[in-house]
Design a protein around this ligand. Structure first.
Ligand code: MG
Length: 507
């Protein structure tokens, strides 16, 4: 048995290496690639993906898993094995059994269509021409329906697709959670809209980019991001990627007239990077050295960005330091002005620029539209109209063109249906974990005010990071907080914070 396990580990280590090679190509594409190299790069990335699919579906992997007692009913294999090995087998079984259900033809067709579709999406968005993108979206929708059928599902085709990003999560669970979330947010937004708006005009002054970067790098270092094991570069869309266990890279973007983009972007991506760098040595280089789910990954970035990075305690420490970099821009701005300014709530068109209160409405909208598309209750042709109606309904704003509406995000052009909900789940998981962290570190705010961010990282490492994906999101949540997924910790957090920012009276 030991021999089969070791053989399997060798095979899956190669898969991690292949996936890291894919990350090198992807990172380079987003940061450095000359425009003329795009077509060749797409070919290189498609080949790596095909090799990965080829390797994970090797009959030998299936035989080794069978030797070790793995099946749909017992994904962790024989009970004689220790917990770490059983978690490992469960993860390999999951990936193997999903991959063998997908014909190689479908995998290649999805990769090729996604690559063509992304190129068409970039042009369509520039030209504000949804019609030019619609045939590509139609193709990807059909291929995703076929993918869902191949993978199999009980209640909803969305279950099969969602599972890729948020393993074991079901559409019905999301519907319930999003219903509660939507009701709460609508009430809070209505109360905020009656309060006087906060003034954030000082954030729109010119803040030289080199100083934004210098300040951002001090915060990243204070958070514990060790740059001997990573880098920070610039890209059009910020992201974090692992090129290996000791090579985790983040990117950010700078806007001279909108300082918030870079600083909160750096804090967000560093939150992702710290998770990737925090997996325990026992799972180093194997399939468990990844996030428990995309939602759990996002909980790490959003906790740092919002619960810590937009808190009073954080800026009590950092505002005097920030003023050393930008004495003129911030002259006359006190702690209260700054705190309220960076926490301004305003219904707006673009998801990635949305504040903490309206953000989840953008996700609920996308979730409702993509499930309707898969159910056949909405056509690709009617999508822009449905988008605009939902925006009016949820946020009271309507995009002037599809570029600020249905064409704004890259995800559907990549064929990624089922991805969006992980962003909202990240907010919910994050608030739930943070409630627990606060109970265990009662003087947290005082420590943050003194610049001690290390106590947060130590807690996150021990309770969340080290496990990698050896626990599912649900298991992790239950183990750390003792509870199931709930909207309550997040709504309580928003309630306390925005009652303060907007001086709201109780409900
Ligand atoms: Mg993120």
């Amino acid at each position: 048995m030991k021999e089969s396990l070791n053989k399997l580990k060798d095979k899956t280590r190669e898969l991690m290496v292949l996936s890291n090679i894919g990350s090198v190509l992807g990172w380079d594409q987003q940061t450095n690639l000359p425009e003329a190299g795009i077509a060749e790069r797409a070919e290189q990335i498609t080949l790596i993906q095909a090799l990965h699919h080829d390797r994970i579906t090797f009959p030998e992997i299936g035989e080794l898993l069978e030797d070790l007692g793995c099946s749909d009913d017992a994904p962790g294999g024989t009970r004689d094995l220790d917990d770490v090995s059983r978690s490992y087998l469960r993860a390999v079984w999951r990936e193997y059994s999903r991959a063998v259900k997908l014909p190689a033809r479908l995998v290649t067709e999805l990769a090729r269509s996604a690559s063509l579709s992304q190129a068409a999406w970039v042009k369509a968005r520039q030209a504000k021409d949804y019609q030019a993108f619609a045939p590509h979206l139609d193709t990807l929708l059909k291929l995703n329906l076929e993918k869902a059928r191949c993978l199999g599902y009980q209640d909803h085709p969305y279950d099969a697709l969602l599972d890729e990003y948020e393993p074991w999560m079901k559409t019905a669970d999301l519907r319930r959670v999003f219903r509660d979330l939507r009701t709460y947010l609508q009430g809070l937004l209505a109360r905020i809209s009656e309060a006087p708006q906060v003034d954030d005009v000082f954030l729109l002054k010119p803040y030289p980019v080199d100083r934004q970067e210098a300040f951002g790098r001090t915060v990243l270092a204070d958070m514990g991001f060790d740059l001997s094991r990573g880098r920070m570069d610039v890209s059009a869309h910020p992201f974090t990627t692992s090129l290996g266990c000791d090579d985790v890279r983040i990117t950010t973007r700078y806007n001279e007239n909108f300082f918030k983009t870079s600083i909160f972007g750096i804090i967000h991506e560093t939150g992702h990077a710290l998770y990737e760098l925090g997996y325990s040595q026992d799972i180093r280089g194997n399939i468990l050295a990844q996030g428990a789910s995309l939602g759990i990954h996002e909980s790490q970035s959003r906790t740092w960005e919002n619960l810590i990075g937009r808190s009073r305690a954080f800026w009590n420490h950092y505002l005097p330091r920030l003023k050393e970099y930008f004495p003129q821009q911030l002259s006359g701005i006190d702690m209260d002005d700054f705190y309220r300014g960076v926490n301004k709530v305003e219904p707006s068109l673009i998801r990635v620029e949305a504040d903490e209160v309206t953000y989840n409405m953008h996700i609920i909208l996308r979730f409702e539209l993509e499930t309707a598309l898969l159910e056949g209750n909405l056509t690709v042709a009617d999508l822009p109209l449905a988008w605009n109606d939902a925006m009016r309904d949820l946020l009271g704003v309507v995009p002037p063109s599809d570029a600020e509406g249905v064409l704004q995000d890259i995800h559907w052009s990549m064929g990624a249906f089922g991805y969006f909900p992980t962003y909202a789940l990240g907010n919910l998981y994050g608030a739930q974990f943070f409630q627990r962290l606060r109970q265990e570190i009662p003087d947290l705010d005082r420590r943050i005010e003194q610049g001690d961010l290390g106590c947060i990282l130590a807690w996150l490492r021990e309770n969340i990071h080290v496990a990698g994906s050896s626990k599912t999101a649900t298991e992790l949540l239950k183990e750390v907080t003792g509870k199931e997924l709930s909207v309550e910790p997040f709504s309580r957090y928003l309630e306390e914070k925005y009652s303060d920012v907007y001086e709201l009276s109780g409900m």
